[in-house]
Design a protein around this ligand. Sequence first.
Ligand SMILES: [Zn+2]
Length: 318
Amino acid sequence: MVRKGLAGSSPAPGTRSSGRSDPAAPRLEDPQVHLTGRTRIAPTPSGFLHLGNAVNFLITERLAQRQGARILLRIDDLDAERVRAEYVEDVFEALPWLGIQPHEGPRNGKEFQEQWSQQLRLSRYHQLAATLRSQGHLYGCVCSRRERILLQGTGRSTCTCRDQTRDLDAPDVTWRLRVPERCPVKVRSLFGADVVTDLFELMPDPVLRQRTVDGVARPAYQLASLADDVDHGTTFIVRGEDLWPSTVCQVHLAGLLSLPDFQHVRFVHHPLLLDDDGNKLSKSEGALALRAMRERGTDPAELRSMADAVLARIEGRT
Ligand SMILES: [Zn+2]
């Protein structure tokens, strides 16, 4: 379970003992006691962190301070084949450089591997997929990536697999969610009004389990992220705008899975930083990688200013 380190978390440095006999009871003078909200910083260690990641982390931290929320460091290593130890280490070097101290989560690569990796929680994600399967919300898709790309030019938003009955346990079958053709979803906003949008228009039939490879089928990001947020008690999430369809998908899934707490999670979707050519920043080793900035002595205060400017833009448009 992700919900760990709560009762046993250490008091903040410099706090006085309350003198209570129960060591697990919260101390009123502990400055973290009032932190009732929860959020997370959730990098994916499939590349080195870049400026865009830093801006996301710093906005998250700023809003956590304002909202009175604890921050979990959650390293999303679901796609194990793309994870490298140096990318994980990069997270533990970048956060202190940025001046960010998560309240919960791994403090180093060893703790991450032993206690916090998503690979330790696969059964939880599979359990959610199995529940959706038992409810009849899934179908098996055998389309190749190329066939799915070609589909986009046909005017159809779903493949013909949707209309067939396939054995979900057969090899080479991807599990997809059957999204109703009219599927309004309400997403709560941290700022401004809630938004009602249609999942079918945004993301018809997302993959919830990848096809089996070497006897192993990986649950999809949508389920893992939802499960982790639910089990951690997340109350608000800060994401790039590119994840808006994922947000809508996850809120819909929470409804199907009777996870009402997630339907009350509040969201901030911030604009993405673009490179000089107008493209989304990728996890590169280029000049905008945080480790390159550390090496050339960039002042992290510059990044904080940048994050505050992005946050001001978000708040100004609501
Ligand atoms: Zn298909």
